[in-house]
Design a protein. Structure first.
Length: 318
């Protein structure tokens, strides 16, 4: 698909709840809407996948996001659960570096387009060589698997180095989205920012918890890649995970295993979840805009207007 026809904004639904509402709202606003789907064969996942496919507007860009969790065994497990499913788009996160080529080739058999998340220039280039048709570059402000570069440092590193379209995640709001597009990105990726909107319909307890967060509660643990996480019931679980990594992990593989165990825990007092600093925007986005559509309309207008305003004021002169 020509770059000019691709959506400028990408929206990823909340991972903790398999719900296509936010993705569908994004599609109606002209953005790309992705359903985060950890276990594709659960009743909730099957229902929401079908809902997304049936209600997606004609010509819209939609698909599923899967996190392979830096686990070399998970690629086969996810594919087995998908069975004979055909998808327009798949976004793969947490792909072990040694499996990038295999993951892209395998998912190309069931998806028209395969995008990969990348936290550094090396993995972005490897994904492009493997045949990925798009990339989500993740600054280390974002939740989940990230590198050691912030979003705008990463954008500087990849400038003029990639031949496929790429979007940027981490620290994105209307103004930074305009700057990111000016820096070469196709556009921004939004997730946590939208979790308190009317479309997300959070439960009261969830809304209180998310609304109280300012992003500083998260920690980036591990390396090559790291994972930005937050404790479900406070900082204690995250501190305990950090202690275990220091005491027990002798390799990146050990660290990734401990992170997987913690994120899979159903004991909420000990559970941690991939959650980035972008959650700090959630309450303000909900207060100012209310819906995903109104927020994305404002983002699109900012990406059109702000670069011209900066040019008129001489801010872009060398």
């Amino acid at each position: 698909m020509p770059t000019a026809l691709l959506p400028t904004s990408v929206v990823v639904s909340q991972g903790a709840r398999c719900d296509a509402s936010v993705a569908l709202a994004a599609l109606r606003a002209g953005a790309c809407g992705l359903l985060h789907c950890d276990d594709p064969d659960t009743p909730d996942a099957l229902r929401e996948r079908e809902r997304l496919a049936e209600q997606a507007p004609d010509g819209s860009t939609w698909g599923l996001r899967f996190d392979l969790r830096q686990d070399s065994q998970r690629l086969a497990q996810v594919l087995d659960k998908l069975d004979e499913t055909r998808l327009p788009l798949v976004l793969l996160a947490g792909v072990p570096e040694t499996q990038i080529e295999e993951a892209v080739a395998t998912f190309r058999r069931i998806a028209e387009r395969v995008w990969l998340e990348a936290g550094d220039l090396g993995s972005a280039l490897e994904a492009e060589r493997a045949g990925a048709t798009g990339l989500v570059l993740k600054g280390n402000e974002a939740g989940g698997w990230v590198g050691d570069r912030s979003a705008f440092v990463l954008l500087q590193e990849v400038r003029d180095r990639l031949g496929v379209p790429y979007w940027i995640q981490g620290g994105m709001g209307p103004e930074t989205a305009a700057a990111a597009k000016l820096a070469g990105a196709q556009g921004p990726v939004f997730s946590e920012q939208l979790w308190l909107t009317d479309d997300a319909s959070p439960e009261a307890s969830e809304a209180r918890a998310l609304g109280a967060l300012d992003g500083s509660e998260s920690l980036c643990l591990g390396s090559a890649p790291a994972c930005r996480l937050q404790g479900v019931a406070g900082r204690a679980a995250l501190s305990e995970l950090e202690r275990r990594i220091t005491a027990e992990a002798s390799s990146p593989e050990d660290t990734h295993r401990l992170i997987r165990e913690a994120t899979a825990s159903e004991d909420l007092s000990r559970a941690v979840r991939p959650l980035g600093q972008d959650v700090a925007f959630a309450a303000e986005v909900a207060r100012r805009f209310g819906t995903v559509g109104r927020f994305l309309t404002h983002v699109e207008q900012s990406m059109r207007d702000l670069p011209q305003r900066a040019a008129d004021q001489g801010a872009l002169c060398e």
